[in-house]
Design a protein around this ligand. Structure first.
Ligand code: FEO
Length: 398
């Protein structure tokens, strides 16, 4: 059973789809699931590159056996120890007791910590090679993309890069495994949501990884999530270059919290003015409706952001506060930033957003607007002025 899926002769896809898990890392919505990709190379020695999440192990083993039959696995290459890939290590070791685990000096203590053993491990370093027969694996360290131990494995003869989480995406592989077997546009958005929320904080390590990988001839990128790339490689590398440098394209994200619609009304006025000034990419989000992962993904995409909140318990609305906290954690270095708020008896939201503006180092655009009770004409005009100021910066840089 299971017709093997070849990346090249003797190189197979043995990953699985997960459409049951609702939240990746128990945080990030998986509207269209996620794939845990794993790869098998058969030669004089057999190497398995990364594994899958423990709940998906049954189908994973079926796929491995469809290729190998009763033949054992000689090496399990562990590019990344996060349990969505390493969760099945214990079971694999029990099934293949002579299998050697291949990792680096940061991987092996993690194996010991998670599974309680460190024997039968092979430690590799930057540039180390592992010969399988006619195939040679070479290892390169890409720390913090996504964990400190993360590395990539390069199959020299086929120029395939097994890239761990780098270039990965949310979304299951619905029949198509390769990027030219599917509607790839969907994955570009989900790739950005994955990147921005999972590794977006680590722009500098990602840039270092990209510099290192630029020295390799790459015909195919086989990540641990999302499509195997063979047609869109240059486009994806360019996307990673822009995201890791936090380059936003022309456009404004307006994210607001609103309990009874007064803050939302201010957001609408600001948005209309920005549109009247000719900005065409405007994305509005009610933070109580849209999960922050989608908002953060668009904040990575566009160069400008406006946040608005009512005052709640002498601070921001908790859902807007949650978004601000996530932005503080990620630490995007540059964005054009405007803000506004609303209160009933004591204003604190705009003050908190002012504090966020100062710590983020972002360019504050326009004059923050703070209304008491319902929106009235003077603050209506102030919202329009904030919109005009933002449109001018987005379009003209000033
Ligand atoms: Fe897909 Fe960082 O694990």
């Amino acid at each position: 059973m299971y017709k093997p899926v070849n990346l090249a002769k003797d190189v197979f896809y043995v990953g699985v789809n997960d459409r049951r898990t609702h939240l990746f890392e128990n945080m990030w919505p998986l509207e269209r699931g996620v794939a845990y990709n794993s790869y098998l190379i058969t030669d004089e020695k057999v190497a398995l590159i990364d594994g899958v999440e423990i709940g998906q192990v049954e189908r994973f083993l079926k796929k491995i056996r469809a290729v190998l039959g009763a033949r054992p696995i000689d090496y399990l290459v562990i590019n990344h120890m996060e349990p969505d890939h390493a969760g099945a290590i214990q079971i694999l070791r029990e099934l293949y007791p002579d299998m050697k685990l291949v990792g680096n000096k940061k991987t092996i203590p993690m194996i010991d910590g998670y599974f309680g053993f460190s024997d039968n491990c092979i430690e590799v370093d930057e540039g180390s090679k592992l010969e399988l027969g006619n195939h040679t694996l070479q290892f390169f360290m890409i720390p913090m993309v996504h964990w400190p131990e993360t590395m990539v494995t390069y199959l020299l003869e086929e120029q395939i890069l097994f890239s761990a989480d780098a270039f990965g995406s949310f979304g299951t592989l619905d029949g198509g495994i390769f990027d030219d077997e599917m509607d790839f546009d969907y994955f570009k958005d989900e790739m950005r949501r994955y990147y921005s929320n999972i590794v977006g904080k680590y722009g500098s390590p990602v840039r270092k990884a990209l510099e290192k990988l630029a020295t390799l001839d790459i015909k195919m990128i086989a990540a641990t999530h999302g499509p195997v790339l063979r047609t869109h490689i240059a486009e994806v590398l360019d996307m990673y270059n822009r995201w890791s440098n936090y380059m936003g394209e022309e456009g404004v994200v307006i994210a607001y919290a609103s309990m009874y619609g007064h803050t939302e009304e201010m957001a609408e006025v600001i948005a209309r003015e920005i549109a009247e000034q000719g900005v065409r990419s405007i994305r509005m989000y009610d933070v109580s409706k849209t999960h922050p992962s989608y908002i953060i993904s668009d904040i990575f995409k566009y160069n400008s952001l406006i946040l608005g909140s009512p005052t709640y318990s002498n601070g921001l609305h908790p859902n807007l506060e949650s978004l601000v906290n996530k932005l503080e954690t990620i630490g995007i270095p540059q964005r054009n930033f405007g803000f506004f708020g609303n209160f009933t008896w004591a204003g604190a939201a705009v003050k908190r957003l002012q504090g966020f503006a100062e710590t983020s180092g972002w360019k504050v655009v326009g004059v923050p607007v703070e209304e008491k009770h319902a929106l009235k004409s003077s603050k209506y005009e102030a919202c329009r002025e904030l919109g005009r100021a933002m449109a001018s910066v987005v379009k003209n840089g000033k």
